[in-house]
Design a protein around this ligand. Structure first.
Ligand code: IPM
Ligand code: MN
Length: 370
């Protein structure tokens, strides 16, 4: 298979983790005989510094002309501490989502058994959790009208949804549920918000087309509580942009750490794959970031954008094996982890590469034995 992949490292640890994600894609190409052509582009704070624009036209053109994107993160403390700055790194990410029509953000929350102890939630509550979030990504308060009035003393962000936006994400969620436990939980705030009442109405309607899938609705406040009270009660969750942003950070604790969670943004054209964590400037440059979310994002990329299931599963297997052997980055280490088992970003990447070789050669020998 011949494919063009753009690496979009972005800011902070985004650069460190995508380096490892790319390494894994290169290894997969070598092991399975594919040709992946890589290009790189800038976005976020770095792009503002270089061009004044968080998503330069040159970047957008590259993104529109490739087969898949592996993205890191955007953000910089300079902006977090100065809300008056008008041009911000996050605008690059939001514009990219909108321009590429990436309306569905899939965030799988799957706990590797080896990490049961790494979470702040009790293992007996977590064990067996496997949730797939569908976060709507191009609507809601993120993209509604926003501004100031009354001499700047009043601010507003319009929470807005259109029927077609809810329909298309609902279809995606129901279709995915059919390949899983056939259960969809739709999360909204329909007891208060009109946009949520439209959301619920549309999800109910679409649900009728999937009579084999069980549908329930929860208010976002209750869902935030139930998610950590009984994570196993969820299969597919579908929700709006803002609620999805918040709930998936919370749900990362079900997977042990933010450093483990990959995501896929899909929609009208090219797919974008990224960790759910941010640029983490507090640890940038220390070489301790967990690259597994980026590596697992690469696995999602191969599966969803290229249909390379076996290659994708090989990566997941390699991650599993590496964790089984006790290797950890600091964020997923626990009190019992021996110091010598804690790896830096680059060494964790290399440990995965090593395991990929083993998994792939095992597979090849099994096939040739047949
Ligand atoms: C995410 C991030 C972004 C979001 C930020 C960086 C704009 O938190 O992808 O979850 O809010 O969508
Ligand atoms: Mn977020």
């Amino acid at each position: 298979m011949n494919k063009k992949i753009v690496i979009l490292p972005g800011d902070g640890i985004g650069k460190e983790v995508t380096t490892e994600g790319k390494k894994v894609l290169e290894k997969i190409a070598e092991l399975f005989g594919h040709t992946f052509e890589f290009d790189e582009a800038i976005i976020g704070h770095d792009a503002i510094e270089a061009t004044g624009n968080p998503l330069p036209d040159e970047t957008l053109t590259k993104l529109k002309n490739c087969d898949a994107i592996l993205f890191g993160a955007v953000g910089h403390p300079k902006y977090d501490n100065d809300p008056t700055l008008k041009v911000r790194p996050e605008q690059g990410l939001l514009k990219m989502r909108k321009e590429l029509g990436l309306y569905a953000n899939l965030r799988p929350i799957k706990l590797f058994d080896e990490l049961l102890e790494a979470s702040s939630i009790k293992p007996e509550i977590l064990k067996g959790s496997d949730i797939l979030f569908f976060r709507e990504l191009t609507g809601d308060v993120y993209f509604g009208e926003k501004g100031r009035k009354d001499d700047g003393n009043t601010a507003f962000d319009l929470m807005i949804y259109q029927r077609y936006e809810v329909e298309r994400i609902a279809h995606k969620a129901f279709q995915a549920a059919r390949t899983r436990k056939k259960k969809v939980t739709s999360v909204d705030k329909a007891n208060v918000l009109e946009s949520s009442r439209l959301w619920r109405e549309v999800v109910q309607e679409i649900g009728k087309q999937y009579p084999d899938v069980a549908l329930d609705h929860q208010f976002v406040d209750a869902a935030a509580m139930k998610l950590i009270q009984n994570p196993r009660s969820y299969d597919v969750v579908v929700t709006g942009n803002l609620f999805g942003d918040i709930l998936t950070d919370e749900a990362s604790q079900i997977a042990g750490s933010m450093g483990m969670l990959a995501s896929a943004s899909v929609g009208d054209s090219v797919g974008l794959y990224e960790p759910i964590h941010g640029s983490a400037h507090d640890i940038t440059g220390k070489g301790i970031a967990n690259p597994l979310a980026s590596i697992l994002s690469a696995a999602l990329l191969l599966d969803i954008s290229f249909g390379l299931k076996e290659e994708s599963e090989t990566i997941i297997k390699a991650v599993e094996q590496t964790l089984k052997q006790g290797w950890r980055t600091t964020d997923i280490a626990d009190a019992k982890t021996p110091k010598e088992k804690i790896l830096n970003t680059q060494k964790m990447g290399s440990a995965i590469i090593n395991e990929l070789e083993k998994v792939a050669s095992h597979k090849l020998s099994v096939t040739s034995d047949k």
